[in-house]
Design a binder for this molecule. Structure first.
Ligand code: GLN
Length: 242
């Protein structure tokens, strides 16, 4: 069984589950997959992490998600699983914010609670980096080494990868947080796609070994190619290697 989990505490998890279910109906009926069975699973509690081959962290509101994860006891096991390298992980939009090692332009201290990042990707993510006038836009993009070209990307108050971190770990400040759990990822961070905005080149898709991070919402368009690529490249390859 190839089970792909979708973190379902907040945000666009239904749309991701719908995309996976359409894709898996197709894959499950293909003769070349007769030995495999694909299934999508909602992830809300620590026990939902058992036996996953892949995991998607969806778009929504990263602060809310971080607080809900801490409250439900899912935060630590989730962070450890993401960083372990054992399963394929994809964080998109708010999900990308959560799986970054550093998050800037964020409120860290929330009174009695704190915003915590899960970590995993050795990048610094800037939240809401497209400014107010251009909170949302759509752009066709292609992705390095993925075979996914001319994909309609929906950006909604999207974050960007503002820098790729070196060996030295940054420190947190009042407006930036550094993930407090850390396990080395030995793969380099590869840039898969960038957009030009206001004269700047902004990184909107990266991969680091088993982890994929994207700024946009692939679950909001009736196009399954990005989900298919994630399953082929990050989920299947890993479960076959293992
Ligand atoms: N602005 C949101 C955040 O900071 C992310 C937006 C999204 O997921 N569409 O969490």
């Amino acid at each position: 069984h190839v089970v792909v989990g979708v973190l379902s505490v907040q945000g666009s998890f239904r749309e991701h589950l719908d995309h996976l279910n359409v894709l898996f109906t197709d894959l499950n009926s293909a003769p070349e997959n007769s030995q495999l069975h694909f299934a999508a699973r909602t992830v809300r509690q620590p026990k939902d992490l058992d036996g996953l081959s892949g995991l998607i962290l969806v778009g929504g509101e990263s602060t809310t998600m971080s607080l809900l994860l801490q409250h439900s006891g899912l935060f630590e096991p989730l962070a450890r699983l993401i960083q372990s390298g054992k399963i394929g992980v994809w964080g998109t939009c708010a999900g990308l914010i959560l799986i970054a090692y550093q998050v800037t332009n964020t409120k860290v201290d929330l009174g009695r609670r704190k915003f915590r990042a899960l970590g995993g990707l050795d990048v610094s993510i800037e939240r809401n980096s497209f400014g107010r006038q251009v909170d949302s836009f759509t752009q066709e993009l292609s992705f390095q080494a993925s075979g996914v070209n001319s994909f309609e990307c929906v950006f909604i108050r999207a974050p960007v990868v503002s820098s790729i971190l070196g060996r030295e770990r940054p420190v947190g400040t009042e407006s930036s947080v550094v993930a407090d759990l850390f396990q080395t990822n030995n793969h380099p961070v590869e840039v898969l796609s960038e957009v030009e905005k206001n004269g700047k080149t902004l990184i909107v898709a990266v991969r680091q070994g088993h982890i994929l991070g994207t700024s946009f919402h692939p679950e909001l368009v009736p196009d399954y190619r990005f989900h298919k690529w994630f399953v082929d490249e990050f989920v299947l390859r890993r479960s076959i290697d293992a």
